[in-house]
Design a protein around this ligand. Structure first.
Ligand code: 3PG
Ligand code: CO
Length: 555
């Protein structure tokens, strides 16, 4: 194969400490009352912006620039960190599933053939996020899969729905359930016994991540597999409508529910001999359920019953663990990431975030690979996130703690790269709480200041960027950019990510005086960052990487 040695950069020295800061959910948008970053006090980041265009610029973080199907797709942390770390643009899960469904290849693959063996006598269960957000799953893919599975022999289908409100507008769950019910009714007309069997809100049921809180997954297990939940309804539309009546309820946090028949019996628990598909393509929030469904030995919670099923993921969610072992579509094979190159060239790396973003700056950054490339050169540190407190009640999150860890790592001089993810813009932004998001953005700015001060002390270099937009726009807008209002005149809150570009800033005393952003890459995106960082470590980037953002001019 290709060699791993990186050539020395002709003008930039090796051995500088490079601080890489990813602000999660931090895009650039015009000043506006719904721009929380603008509204927040962010003196550190404001100062960096003044270095434009030489040392501050915008880069693309959505759509085809990060391997998503179209430029109408907002960015997200998975594809964002993949691009930042890999330096190359890979067709991502969303796109690969689209292609497999469009060509019909999905039904010829090993994964589908495996689950199909259960179609004769068993039920096909589909579990996943009911949404067209395109971050974890897509509604149209579920529709196609339902249709295709029934055409390929599934006679009894049960769908377990997780309501979104995070990648899409809160309240949209009702419309998605209605649309799904229409599809299931059409299947019933064709003689397929098809129903929704259980559900719940994605943040409270099933879709935890990075083992933050297994109780979330347990609630899902109880509802989807055991057919047990505190709330029982005759149909899912009634469930979602009723559960949303609580003034504090929202799609993200709906409690678990099961659908029961006239006699009160759950209509679709998972039984021996059934087939199960988790139809999310994104890994981070499905891998925990995948473990519960697949592992014979499992001690994270009491499963009570462990049905003998044929289980396939939409994708394989963890390539290292080969989990799940069966899947409908092969995931992107992200290879030759900057993390691996730098480790093979002796660069010592420290990476840190709090639990809810820890895998972003490690697993996603390294091309969906867990663990170290070289344990003697790398150290990854996770700060436990608070559990069970909504992020708008703790908008500062662990920003300060992450910054202190980064500062210590920088000052220790044991690392050449110190990489962190600061989560506030995203995690608080997703709550839709404007006041809290402003507080979170200020905390993120303060964290950045601590890190930049440490870089200053060691004569290092910093690279500050973001993975996608979120906190810079909290309003749903019409085409002209005007906030949309609901029937009571209230502006519709945008809890999701955005299509906005994100800033990138470079600086620090270690940055050679002639370094500046090139002007010939107006369409650059997140994938251009890896080559840039390699240069700052004193290396040329490999030829197949997206080009570096910087050049060195004589000063
Ligand atoms: C989530 O999983 O929290 C959201 O769907 C996407 O957020 P992220 O891409 O920023 O993690
Ligand atoms: Co997010």
């Amino acid at each position: 194969g290709k060699p791993w040695d990186l050539a020395a950069h002709p003008r930039l020295a090796k051995g500088k400490v490079v601080g890489v800061v990813v602000l999660d959910g931090w895009g650039e948008a015009p000043p506006d009352p719904f721009n929380c970053i603008h509204a927040a006090d962010t003196p550190t980041l404001d100062a960096l912006k003044k270095a434009a265009p030489e040392r501050w610029r915008l880069i693309k973080a959505h759509g085809t620039a990060v391997g998503l199907p179209t430029d109408d797709d907002m960015g997200n942390s998975e594809v964002g960190h993949n691009a930042l770390g890999a330096g190359q643009i890979y067709a991502q899960g969303a796109k690969l599933v689209d292609l497999a469904l469009a060509s019909g290849k999905i039904y010829e693959g090993e994964g589908f053939k495996y689950i199909r063996q259960s179609f004769e006598n068993g039920t096909l269960h589909l579990i996943g996020l009911l949404s067209d957000g395109g971050v974890h799953s897509r509604f149209d893919q579920l529709q196609l899969l339902l249709k295709g599975a029934s055409e390929h022999g599934a006679k009894r289908v049960r769908v377990h729905v997780l309501t979104d409100g995070r990648d899409v507008l809160d309240g949209s769950s009702i419309r998605f359930v209605e649309m799904l019910e229409e599809d299931l009714a059409r299947l019933r007309e064709k003689g397929v016994d098809a129903r929704i069997a259980s559900g719940g809100g994605r943040m409270y049921v099933t879709m935890d991540r990075y083992e933050n809180d297994w109780q979330v997954v347990k609630r899902g297990w109880d509802a989807h597999v055991l057919g047990e939940a505190p709330h029982k309804f005759k149909n899912a539309l009634e469930a979602v409508k009723k559960l949303r009546e609580d003034p504090k309820a929202n799609d993200q946090y709906l409690p678990p529910f099961v659908i029961v028949d006239e006699s009160g019996k759950p209509v679709g628990p998972i039984q021996d001999g059934d087939a199960v598909v988790t139809f999310n393509f994104r890994a981070d929030r499905m891998v925990m359920l995948a473990k519960a469904l697949e592992y014979e030995n499992f001690d994270k919670f009491d499963r009570v019953r462990f049905p003998k099923i044929r289980y396939a993921g939409m994708l394989q969610y963890d390539g290292e663990l080969k989990l799940p072992s069966h899947y409908l579509v092969a995931p992107p094979e992200i290879e030759r990431t900057s993390g691996e190159y730098l480790a093979r060239n002796g660069v010592r790396t420290y990476a840190c975030s709090e639990t809810v973003k820890f895998g972003h700056v490690t697993f996603f950054w390294n091309g969906n690979r867990s663990g170290y490339f070289n344990p003697s050169l790398e150290k990854y540190e996770e700060i436990p996130s608070d559990i069970g407190i909504p992020f708008n009640d703790q908008p500062k999150m662990k920003a300060l703690e992450i910054a202190q860890k980064a500062r210590d790592a920088i000052l220790s001089r044991k690392f050449d790269q110190v990489r962190v993810n600061i989560a506030n813009g995203d995690m608080v932004g997703h709550t839709g709480d404007i006041e809290a998001t402003i507080v979170g953005c200020k905390a993120a700015d303060e964290a950045v200041k601590i890190i930049l001060d440490a870089i200053e002390q060691v004569g290092g270099i910093f690279v500050l960027t973001a993975d996608h937009g979120n906190a810079e726009d909290m309003a749903k807008r019409d085409k002209s950019g005007k906030p949309l209002r609901d029937k009571d005149g209230k502006v519709q809150t945008l809890t999701s990510h955005t299509l906005n570009p994100v800033p990138i800033a470079i600086g620090g005393p270690g940055l050679a005086p002639g370094v500046r952003f090139r002007t010939d890459l107006p369409n650059a995106g997140l994938a251009n960052v890896a080559a840039t960082v390699m240069n700052l470590h004193g290396f040329e980037a490999p030829d197949h990487y997206e080009p570096t953002l910087i050049e060195v001019v004589d000063k």
